[in-house]
Design a protein around this ligand. Structure first.
Ligand SMILES: [Zn+2]
Length: 366
């Protein structure tokens, strides 16, 4: 079977390449240089093609330069004046990492390439794409309905379009299922999984030595996927793996609590028994929510405050989940869920999740 695919040098497309090889496909890969700040991924893609070649897998690989055309686009991934956001992958700020119309452009070139191969070699060609459900929320151009429409449009606009079809094996999967599939493919192909994935880059902001920060949303998602399959990520991070993993798990918990109304486990939070002088800000928007003077040890397992900071204007919402009537509190700056407020005989108790807060020490405290 004949296939073409875009090999970005990230883990999804690398997993896809392994799957196609394991399925016995003859594969042609395109890597796009679109002026991405993390052009390191292009080097990593070349390194993997080289590794595969050493192991007997000859893959046609071309790097296509789109940097001139796409330099006029607005995205944190390509514009020097926009910083790469940090945090959990699904957070709103990660939308800055969308590159306008990117997958339509990439797919369009792949389609032309696939059709050219189909005519030249007189065969049918699959356009394989590593898009997965983990990308759907942030990237509309990774959703199945987009590829369905795109396929129909391309078929309308080309002769011989019956020779070309889209193949999206991971569309219902996520990064974890891609890694599990890659383990199986490496086993079948007798390739070293760690070598292959050390030759990838997911980070949008690797340092000058090519090490990932572990803080970008894409990093966090990748780290959690390796954790989920019970392996350490072979790629190099600025900090040691246990530290990187702990940060990613914390980012995930913050997301679950602030965006999905979760609750951190009691007696686990960084600020539960923390009584230094200073201010507590919202983790997502920096708004000052509480000050240390109002913090006390309630013994309940979460940070407790008897009042909010002046100007915090914390929102109160009646919450009837879990068979209880409670008053939920949310940040007025960004609508993050924070915890609940309870009326007690001594007054009010704000029961707040540590992961929603970021502490800042008082400077004027002598
Ligand atoms: Zn906030």
């Amino acid at each position: 079977m004949r296939a073409v695919m875009a090999l970005s040098g990230g883990m999804d497309s690398t997993g896809l390449l392994l799957r196609l090889l394991a399925d016995g496909c003859s594969v042609s890969c395109i890597s796009y240089d679109y002026g991405q700040k993390h052009s390191l991924e292009l080097e990593r893609a070349k390194a993997n093609i080289e590794y595969l070649s050493q192991n007997g897998f000859e893959i046609e690989h071309r790097q296509v330069d789109l940097s001139s055309a796409m330099s006029i686009f607005h995205s944190a991934l390509t514009s020097s004046e926009i910083e790469i956001p940090e945090g959990h992958y699904e957070q709103e700020q990660m939308k800055a990492t969308v590159v306008p119309n990117r997958n339509a452009i990439f797919s369009s070139i792949l389609y032309g390439y696939a059709l050219s191969i189909a005519l030249r070699e007189e065969c049918s060609v699959k356009i394989a794409l590593g898009v997965h459900s983990g990308d759907h929320a942030i990237y509309p151009d990774c959703r199945p309905e987009f590829y369905k429409s795109l396929g129909e449009a391309f078929a309308e606009g080309n002769w011989d379009s019956e020779k070309v079809s889209f193949h999206l094996p991971y569309i219902e999967g996520d990064k974890e299922s891609i890694l599990i599939d890659a383990l199986a493919a490496c086993d079948a192909l007798k390739l070293d999984f760690d070598t292959v994935f050390a030759n990838t880059n997911t980070s949008y902001n690797p340092d000058s030595q090519g090490r990932a920060s572990g803080n970008s949303g894409a990093d966090v998602e990748r780290i959690l996927a390796f954790f989920a399959i019970g392996r350490a990520d072979p790629v190099e991070y600025v900090k040691p793996w246990p530290v990187v993993l702990e940060n990613a798990l914390k980012a995930q918990l913050t997301h679950q609590v602030t965006r999905e109304n979760g609750t951190e486990p009691p007696f686990s939070g960084e600020y539960d028994m923390h009584f230094e002088p200073g201010v507590y800000r919202c983790i997502n928007c920096d708004k000052t929510l509480f000050i240390s003077e109002n913090k006390y040890d309630s013994g309940c397992g979460w940070p407790a405050f008897n009042r909010e900071s002046d100007g915090a204007e914390i929102k109160r919402i009646t919450d009837v989940s879990h068979g209880m009537k409670r008053v939920e509190v949310r940040c007025s700056g960004c609508d993050s869920h924070l915890g609940h407020v309870f009326d007690e005989y001594k007054g009010e108790r704000y029961c707040i999740n540590s992961v929603c807060l970021k502490f800042e020490e008082s400077e004027d405290d002598a």
